[in-house]
Write a protein of this length. Sequence first.
Length: 388
Amino acid sequence: MQFPTLGLEEENHDCCCIEATVVTGFEFFAKDECNQLFGTTAVTSRGRIFFDMPIIRAHKVLEMRSVDNVYVVVYREKQMNFNEKQKEDSLDLINSTLDRNSKSWTKALKVWKSVASGLLDDTEVEQNQEIKFRVTCRRSKEGHSFGSPDASASFGSSVQNKFGWKPDMTRFDLEVVLNVVGDEIYVTLSLTRSSLHRRNIVCYGSMTLRSTIAHNMLRMAGIEDGDVVCDPMCGSGAIPVEGGLYWNKAWFLGGDIYPVSTWKTDQNVKHMEQLKNVAVLCWDATDLPLRTGSVDVFVTDLPFGKRSGSKTDNRQLYPNAILEMGRVCRQKTGRAVLLTHERRSIIRALQLLSKYWKVHQTLTTNIGGLVAGVYFIRRTEQAFETSK
């Protein structure tokens, strides 16, 4: 794995290294937001990004909307050679990294105290301060003689001996994460008590889209000031609500064929009192009450045919809905971002409607354990032909 180096230097007291997790496939868009917000270039890895951050601005990382969880990296150790060692030797080697990285702990705890506890950046953390903690171990790749529970227990015992903190698996103040990747380890402290995707929504549906995924899809679409953005199958409204909050100079339409869904969307919009650029309607996505060429962008989470709809229904719904989007979307400049698990149906629909839509980009992601595709398509110059 690659890391930025500046924030991991023990003697650099003004800079820290941040790790942020992101839904697989959307790493580029999280990197783009990082550059936009902080003017720093992030290093991407599968499902996460790493970037350097001035400690005095570290609290700003919680304002990111594309990422789920945020951590400060304490230290990194390479070439541990676990495949040559027995279980106890490997665990002892991991524990030995604690003492030789004492300065890194001091800096990382200062960041954690300022961000997670909401205190001033110059607040120091005393070693004997009463803190309840737990250690979580995350391993990837093979070749380890120990399991994650073994490493968590062993490293947690060493952390307790060093700092005098009280272990508590459920009501902890601080989560220490031991990451074991092949023959290297890196230790992080969690800066988020719960995932940042838990925002905006107060009325949930059975398949409410994560706000972080909604943000990344909207970022993928390249929303601009003045754009009219439509989610024709909005469910409980994650996409229009997230879009209306972040892109407050664009206009968002959300609709669904089920009245209960539009009611939930309306409640979520009303919950965000500052939302003045979102309208909610009840409609049929295959027969929208909108003028031809009146929408700039479509962004929607299509029914997967698992917990909602069926694959048989999708074979008819997808081409009919995408055809209707082709009518309503502006020629040449219009675009759409579509999320679905039903790849066969959407590929068939896009091939059928190739005179109206051209695939610009596709990516693979994971939604609730299901491998899904995200399709960024652009409207062609072809005028819409109304059937006689």
